[in-house]
Design a protein around this ligand. Structure first.
Ligand SMILES: CC(C)(COP(=O)(O)OP(=O)(O)OC[C@H]1O[C@@H](n2cnc3c(N)ncnc32)[C@H](O)[C@@H]1OP(=O)(O)O)[C@@H](O)C(=O)NCCC(=O)NCCS
Length: 174
């Protein structure tokens, strides 16, 4: 067996130079997690060209995982909501998703919230299994307002919640 020389992934705040890599992971991952599980109307809005602007809009609330200089995933935290969790297909099943989600939880806790929430489409079985294994609880149906360039599309989702530990310090952005 060949020896691996990969370094450990690190989590850091996103920068403007990261926009293309994040947009690519988001675009590809969106199809993986949502195709067949969201209203047809949303597909018309989620074209490849829309992702860079959506990444830029959230850049100061985005954290990413990087390993050997390669971006492998990202999370977006908006208040008490973990708004996005995406891992590149090549890095799924490696534990990087758990690192990102734990970081997002610390960001929410650090902002003074005792409860974090997120929305996931019912048919996204892999994500739901991941959240449940990570200590999140399915609290029921939620009509989520998915943002588009012209307004929003209502997407039937499940709402997941996690009660956060009070001991976590607020991570500061670089
Ligand atoms: C959701 C995501 C971040 C999870 O990261 P990940 O590295 O794939 O997660 P893990 O592999 O650690 O855990 C996934 C779990 O689902 C299981 N799983 C894999 N494929 C599955 C499938 N098709 N159906 C159900 N469960 C599945 C895995 O076995 C694992 O469970 P286990 O650890 O109990 O065996 C990642 O899959 C992703 O980026 N998906 C595309 C984008 C997305 O859907 N994001 C979430 C939007 S809410």
């Amino acid at each position: 067996m060949t020896e691996s020389h990969h370094s450990e992934p690190v989590i850091r705040a996103a920068r403007s130079t990261d926009v293309p890599a994040i947009a690519r992971i988001w675009r590809d991952g969106w199809a993986d997690g949502h195709a067949g599980h969201v209203p047809e109307e949303l597909y018309r809005h989620r074209t490849a060209d829309t992702y860079p602007a959506r990444v830029r809009d959230r850049l100061d609330r985005t954290w990413l995982a990087e390993r050997d200089g390669i971006i492998t995933g990202f999370v977006v935290v908006v208040g008490d909501e973990v708004e996005q969790v995406y891992v590149d297909a090549a890095a799924r099943g490696t534990g990087v998703a758990a690192m990102l989600l734990e970081h997002a939880e610390r960001v929410v806790a650090g902002a003074g919230h005792q409860l974090a929430w997120l929305a996931v489409v019912a048919g996204n079985a892999r994500a739901r299994a991941f959240y449940e294994r990570s200590g999140w609880r399915d609290t029921g149906l939620l009509d989520y307002e998915a943002e588009t360039a012209t307004g929003f599309v209502i997407v039937p989702c499940r709402r997941y919640e996690k009660v956060l530990a009070e001991t976590d310090a607020a991570p500061r952005r670089a």
